[in-house]
Each structure stands twice: as structure tokens, then as C-alpha cells.
Write a protein that binds this ligand. Structure first.
Ligand SMILES: [Cu+2]
Length: 415
């Protein structure tokens, strides 16, 4: 017996040590949080996030960060992802290290799910308030019912200054009272749960003062079950029952007295979210073919670009699945876009001289960066639908931008 016990103790100790070693000695810091492992074609063909801006990269506890931008719901939405009839503008962070103070789509506050329309472009804004010190990779994301999480680009934001315990979340109710949501009603919840736990415990303790199992079993077996429960026991039982009902009723009416105005949970999908009207581009692009090398970190496209506007234009950027490939001769990012997703000079165009109004030109475009591999867009080779989609950004001499969406099969090449 003693030997078995020591053995169990030894093995438990070993297990504990292994668990500690596995969690504390080896703790790699993750740099992407879910999106890499999702199917590449889904990331390319669902939501295109662009014009993202982060108001700050460093904040103190209780300070706000604002994330703004636009997203385009791609026309060729994949079959396996339910249409975004019920979608929720979320934020991808490891728990509430920030709290979401406000979030807007098209200027409308969106605390609930919304209905998005395929093919439309929307403007969004999220206000986050810093809560827990640390370096956090903050993603904008869209949760689509029946489809899953669609994760936007993630940016590192540091919360420095202040401590977790300084965090405050004041809210003024319509009854005129200002409360701190961080701690509001905490002691009330604790009180009632402990109260009822003790109440239940008291009931059990009342009975276990006397021998619990064997003597009672034998009495029942001998046909003398009635002797186990005495008249006093019955009175105590009735007292417990009456007290329970009394406390519930009194406490409920006192809660109603203290909080006379309460509302049910507010819920329901919001319809009629306003998209933005992007001017119809005066550039049209035809994807003649598109390929990528396996293995490799680049994709190539042959594009026929027709400029039907009235100023010469150049191609400045190709965006797909959060990765931005820029031609630094034409366009430079100033928004502090996440480094691992920004290929500052990742876009090479065989002839990127200005395309004159009325001119049509076929060019070879190469989008190349480690991000293609790091973010596993190269893994489209494993996908059941080898088609890509993205946005092209053209600029004229004055910097005016035009956005053209492209979408075509993406064919691997192995030699
Ligand atoms: Cu992340």
C-alpha cells in the first residue's frame, strides 16, 4: 500500500515537473495568431482590408487607440463560407488586454451583428482602451456566422505605463449613476454565490454529523428506514425549505426595489449598414494569366492595363490577404503598416512608366516577398480552389488613387 502511494506521488511529481517545463521553459512568442493556418484562397477571396490606420503604437493603461480603415467584401465570396448576412466586427487580441469602447461601420455604432453585402466597401472605426500592460498583436477581424473568423492584418501595440489594477471603465447609466464596469456588482455576485453555497453546505453538514453510509445502509436493508429521519429532522427540512423560498422572494423584491429600472439584453442583427461609394475606376485591368513558383516566395501576373481616364497613371500597389506589395518608385506607405506584411519594394512591373490616357499596355508584374511564404500564401497549392483575388492601386502624378479589384486563377509552376 505504502509502496503504491510513494509511486503515485513520484509519478505525480514527474508529471508536474514536465508540465512546468513544457509551459515555462519553452514559450515561443507567436507572431501571427490564426490567420496563417487558414486556407490561403479563403484569405484572398473574402474580405480585403485597406487604408488601415492605427492612431498610436504605444499607449498607457486607460488610454485609447483608434483603428480605422476600409474593407471590401469580395464579389467572388467562396461557397464554403456562409454569406455575411450576420457578421460581427471584432478585434483579435488575446483576451481583453484592450476593451472595445466603440466600433463603427459606415458611421453607425455596431455593438451587434450586422448584415454586410457582397461586393460593397465599408468604412470602419474601432476605439480600443488599453487595459493590460504588454506587447499585443491587435487584429481587426470579421466574425461571419456560418463562416468563421476572417482575420485582418495584425499590428503590434504596446501598453506601457500604468498597471492593470489602474484600469477603469466608467459608464454612466440612464438612471444617472456612474459605475465602473471593471468591478461593478462584483461583491454582490460574490456575496450571493457564497451565501447559497454556505446554505447548501449547512444542509449537508446537518446530515453528516451522524454516520453517513454503512449504519444507514444497514438500517434501510433491515426495513427500519423510518428511524433514520427523526421528527426534528423533518422540522429542520421544512425550515430549510421555507427559508429558501423566503430568502428568494425577499431578496428578489429588494433587488427590484434597489434597481427599479432594468431592461432586457439588447440584441438583434443590424441591417441597412451604409457602404461607401468608391468612384468607378477609370482604369481597367485584365489578368491574362497568373502563376506562382513552387517552392517560392513570389507570384507573377500578366496584366493588360487600360487607362480610360484623363491623367497618366502608374501601378503603386498590389494587395492580397493582408500582404501589401508596393513599388517604392510610385508609392510609399506612411501608415506604419505591420512590417511583416509590408513589402516596401515587393512589386516589380516590367514597364511601370506612366500609362497615358487612352493607352492600353500589357505588363509583367511580380509580387515578391518573404511574407508570401511566411504568411503561407504559398500554401494555396494545398487549397481546393487555386484562384486568387486582390486589389491594385494606381496613382496619377498628383497622387490621386484608383482602386481596381482583380480576381483570376492562380496556376502553380514547378520548373
Ligand atoms: Cu496576431
Amino acid at each position: 500500500m505504502k509502496q503504491i502511494r510513494t509511486r503515485i506521488a513520484n509519478w505525480s511529481l514527474l508529471g508536474l515537473l514536465l508540465a512546468v517545463a513544457a509551459t515555462s521553459l519553452y514559450a515561443p512568442s507567436a507572431s501571427a495568431h490564426g490567420e496563417k493556418s487558414q486556407a490561403a484562397f479563403m484569405r484572398m477571396r473574402t474580405i480585403h482590408w485597406f487604408d488601415l490606420k492605427w492612431s498610436k503604437e504605444k499607449v498607457a493603461v486607460n488610454e485609447d487607440v483608434e483603428i480605422t480603415g476600409k474593407f471590401h467584401v469580395f464579389e467572388g465570396w467562396p461557397e464554403t463560407v456562409a454569406e455575411p448576412d450576420v457578421a460581427f466586427l471584432n478585434i483579435g487580441i488575446p483576451g481583453p488586454v484592450f476593451i472595445r469602447k466603440e466600433s463603427y461601420i459606415g458611421g453607425q455604432l455596431v455593438p451587434r451583428s450586422v448584415r454586410l453585402e457582397i461586393g460593397k466597401t465599408y468604412e470602419f472605426r474601432v476605439v480600443l482602451r488599453a487595459r493590460r500592460p504588454g506587447d499585443w498583436h491587435v487584429h481587426t477581424m470579421m466574425s461571419v456566422q456560418g463562416g468563421g473568423p476572417i482575420i485582418g492584418p495584425g499590428k503590434w501595440i504596446s501598453i506601457e505605463g500604468g498597471s492593470f489594477s489602474d484600469f477603469k471603465n466608467p459608464v454612466t447609466t440612464l438612471t444617472g449613476q456612474t459605475v465602473d464596469l471593471e468591478v461593478y456588482q462584483e461583491s454582490n455576485i460574490a456575496f450571493w454565490h457564497i451565501f447559497w453555497a454556505v446554505f447548501g453546505l449547512a444542509w449537508i453538514l446537518y446530515w453528516v454529523r451522524r454516520p453517513v453510509f454503512l449504519p444507514r445502509l444497514l438500517l434501510v436493508d433491515a426495513g427500519r428506514a423510518d428511524e433514520i429521519v427523526t421528527p426534528l429532522d423533518r422540522k429542520v427540512g421544512a425550515a430549510f425549505a421555507a427559508a429558501t423560498i423566503l430568502i428568494v422572494v425577499v431578496a428578489m423584491s429588494s433587488a427590484n426595489g434597489k434597481y427599479p429600472i432594468t431592461i432586457p439584453l439588447q440584441a438583434g442583427t443590424m441591417r441597412g449598414i451604409k457602404p461607401i461609394d468608391l468612384p468607378k475606376p477609370t482604369v481597367s485591368v485584365k489578368v491574362e494569366d497568373a502563376t506562382y513558383r513552387v517552392p517560392g516566395r513570389a507570384m507573377r501576373m500578366k496584366l493588360t492595363i487600360t487607362n480610360s481616364g484623363n491623367s497618366p497613371i502608374r501601378l503603386g500597389e498590389f494587395y492580397t490577404a493582408s500582404v501589401r506589395f508596393l513599388d517604392s518608385d510610385v508609392y510609399r506607405d506612411t501608415t506604419g503598416y505591420p512590417e511583416d506584411l509590408l513589402a516596401e519594394d515587393g512589386l516589380t512591373v516590367s514597364d511601370n512608366s506612366p500609362i497615358a490616357p487612352g493607352e492600353s499596355r500589357t505588363v509583367e508584374v511580380q509580387a515578391s516577398d518573404a511574407a508570401w511564404e511566411v504568411y503561407r500564401l504559398a500554401d494555396i497549392i494545398y487549397d481546393p480552389d487555386s484562384r486568387f483575388a486582390g486589389l491594385l492601386f494606381f496613382f496619377d502624378a498628383s497622387g490621386t488613387r484608383q482602386i481596381v479589384q482583380i480576381d483570376a486563377p492562380l496556376i502553380p509552376s514547378f520548373i
